[in-house]
Design a protein around this ligand. Structure first.
Ligand SMILES: *[C@@H]1O[C@H](CO)[C@@H](O)[C@H](O)[C@H]1NC(C)=O
Length: 140
């Protein structure tokens, strides 16, 4: 019983540490050659956590809806520190960090999956948590 509660508590705090892609939004276009802004949010949480980092990758889809790309995440546009901060009036006042995906002119056009893998240390232990969040966009 104790174990069940502990696991549920860990799951709940892990969920509270999840990130979200604020921008781009589903279906939004990024122009190849211009690139696009990527805003990753970390909604407020009660448990302390230390972010290890995130990455931003984009994979062209060959199917509609997009195939699962979790084993084939595509081109890396960023990999490194994640240090979200709050800016009043921006991104609903939720801590966020902005990245730029410099999608090259020759990137395949059409549907694509933008993935953000995230690793974080949670709680006093701490314990290790990682996830991949994604959004399906369009490369134009
Ligand atoms: C997006 O993430 C979800 C949840 O992790 C996963 O089930 C889905 O396969 C991913 N989508 C793609 C296209 O990889």
């Amino acid at each position: 019983m104790k174990t069940v509660f502990a696991v549920l508590a860990l799951a709940a705090s892990a969920f509270a540490q999840s990130i979200a892609i604020f921008s781009p939004t589903p279906g939004q276009s990024i122009i190849a050659g211009n690139g696009g802004e990527v805003v990753v949010q970390k909604p407020g949480s009660l448990t302390g956590s230390t972010d290890i980092g995130v990455a931003v990758l984009i994979q062209h889809c060959t199917q509609n809806p997009c195939e699962d790309v979790s084993q084939d995440l595509g081109t890396i546009f960023y990999a490194g520190a994640f240090t979200p901060t709050v800016q009043r009036g921006v991104a609903d006042n939720v801590p966020f960090q902005q990245f730029f995906a410099s999608v090259p002119q020759n990137f395949p056009k059409g549907p694509a999956v933008l993935s953000v893998p995230h690793s974080v240390l949670i709680g006093a232990g701490p314990f290790f948590f990682n996830e991949i969040v994604n959004v399906t966009i369009n490369i134009a």
